[in-house]
Design a protein around this ligand. Structure first.
Ligand SMILES: [Zn+2]
Length: 203
């Protein structure tokens, strides 16, 4: 089940839309939330992160309605953590789209550890994660990767720290930085939080 909401107050520019997903029924994660961004340009529609599972992305794509007609989908993963990339498999079949990520993001998502983690989630929470299929990025880079559209430029670049495969996005026309987990509360990340993240494989 998807618990995605459109957070309209976060962006005064309708080309950039923020969606927030939560998982209220996971006993291991109190009030766990994660954000995704949709960037609607003149040439393509870019989904920045795919949240917890394919149903989250289906909800966001449904919101697009006729706006999607004539413009291909692109996807990027800020990093391989489960709450940012487990919705990737929505973009298969009729919705097939390139998925852009750091080279190490693809490595992480093909490791045995990720498969074990998904199997564990599917066993503990079958209602939420039975539809998830690990789908690593199909286009990878290190350094910078720039997308040009008719009205916006999206510059993806290495932003390690939270994890080695982390990237961020800069949109110069709007002076807008999408930092994802490169900036998160508490700032700075304290030792206790760091240990909790490592315990649940978030790092
Ligand atoms: Zn993360």
């Amino acid at each position: 089940m998807s618990y995605v909401t459109y957070v309209h107050e976060m962006s005064p520019d309708n080309r950039i839309r923020m969606y927030r997903s939560s998982q209220p029924n996971l006993s291991d994660f109190d009030d766990f939330e994660v954000d995704s961004y949709l960037i609607s340009t003149g040439r393509f529609i870019l989904f920045c992160d795919t949240l917890f599972h394919p149903e989250d992305m289906a909800r966001i794509v449904h919101d697009l309605g006729q706006e999607r007609v004539g413009r291909p989908f692109l996807v990027m993963n800020s990093h391989a953590d489960w709450d940012h990339a487990w919705g990737n498999s929505y973009f298969t079949g009729e919705q097939t789209a390139p998925i852009i990520g750091h080279t190490h993001c693809r490595t992480r998502m093909t490791e045995e550890r990720e498969k074990t983690m998904l199997a564990s989630f599917q066993q503990r929470y079958p209602a939420q994660f039975s539809s998830v299929i690990l789908m690593p990025p199909t286009a990878t880079f290190q350094g910078t990767f720039t997308l040009y559209s008719g009205n916006l430029t999206v510059e993806l670049f290495d932003a390690p720290g939270h994890s080695l495969d982390h990237i961020a996005a800069w949109i110069p026309e709007l002076c807008l930085l999408l930092a994802f987990d490169a900036v998160e509360i508490p700032i700075p990340l304290n030792k206790k939080t760091l240990q909790a993240c490592r315990a649940c494989s978030l790092l």
